[in-house]
Design a protein around this ligand. Structure first.
Ligand code: ZN
Length: 293
């Protein structure tokens, strides 16, 4: 909770070389040294000196006036420029987790130009997955999502061509009906439940990869069912730090606007309301403003 933050550097430790007081930075949701073999391979969430913000301990979360960032040189990304609009600030915040996570799903699933892509889930990450699939050149993007119209609207704005709102076997049938019975060339699993995982693998075309970023909850993958169709799986906690430099450029040049997932903005004193709104699906994702700086 609260592992997604952007902010201004207030103080630097003696081992920090690349950052200075006053720098405006975005953080990934995990810290990493940027130098171990896992970081070099682009899997910063598996850094041997890393950890996740907002889970207590060393790097406590961003729902606070101040946060201490371990391995700051390896972790933080400095944003060039100043005086950004509210929209741009929201989009920079989206890069700390949801947009980077949706992008990881699309990259892991191997989305390429001309693909028909299935995105399972239309929460903030699923919607970011839609935007990412479009960035990677998908021709058709089919969302398997909720019945919430506000989410459909944003999904369509970001490139979804079809939205399926039924679930389970019905959803699988519906997707197959849209793809001549074959299924999708690439699948983004952005939920992590047993049902969403089963659906994701069931709608994958032979040879397709399921890029999964939903934290698994009681979900299992059928070894035999995936075997005969040569269906693969990649993904896990997104190495947001690996994608932030390129996604930052895309935000600053205006080619993506992932901050649109934040449809509620409040402050630390009203944070419980934000959680309630997200829990009751009145909001997709809440932005918490801690300081005016
Ligand atoms: Zn590392």
């Amino acid at each position: 909770m609260g592992h997604e933050f952007i902010g201004v550097v207030d103080e630097v430790g003696s081992a920090v070389n690349d950052l200075a007081v006053g720098d405006f930075v975005i953080a990934p949701f995990s810290w990493s040294d940027g130098t171990c073999k896992n970081c070099e391979a682009g899997f910063h969430t598996a850094c041997v000196h890393g950890g996740f913000f907002g889970q207590g301990g060393d790097g406590d979360g961003g729902q606070a006036e101040f946060v201490r960032v371990p391995h700051a040189d390896g972790t933080l990304v400095k944003v060039p420029g100043t005086d950004f609009s509210e929209e741009t600030m929201a989009s920079l915040l989206a890069l700390t987790d949801v947009m980077s996570t949706g992008y990881h799903a699309a990259v892991s699933a191997g989305v390429k130009t001309g693909d028909t892509v299935a995105v399972v889930g239309d929460g903030a990450v699923g919607l970011s997955g839609v935007l990412s699939a479009r960035l990677l050149g998908a021709r058709r993007i089919i969302v398997l999502g909720s019945t919430h119209e506000d989410r459909h609207a944003l999904a369509r704005e970001w490139g979804a061509t079809e939205v399926i709102t039924v679930r389970g076997e019905e959803a699988v049938e519906a997707l197959r009906g849209l793809t001549d019975g074959y299924g999708a060339d690439a699948v983004l699993e952005c939920v992590g439940t047993k049902e969403s995982t089963e659906t994701a693998f069931a709608v994958a075309k032979a040879g397709a990869i399921v890029g999964r970023v939903g934290v698994p909850h009681d979900a299992a993958v059928d070894a035999e069912g995936t075997f005969y169709r040569n269906v693969g799986m990649r993904g896990g906690p997104a190495p947001a730090r690996a994608y932030q430099p390129e996604l930052l450029k895309a935000v600053l040049d205006g080619s993506i606007n992932p901050g649109q997932v934040f449809d509620l903005s409040t402050d630390l004193d009203h944070i419980a309301d934000a959680y309630a709104a997200m829990d009751e699906r009145r909001a997709i994702k809440a932005l918490i403003r801690v300081s005016d700086r």
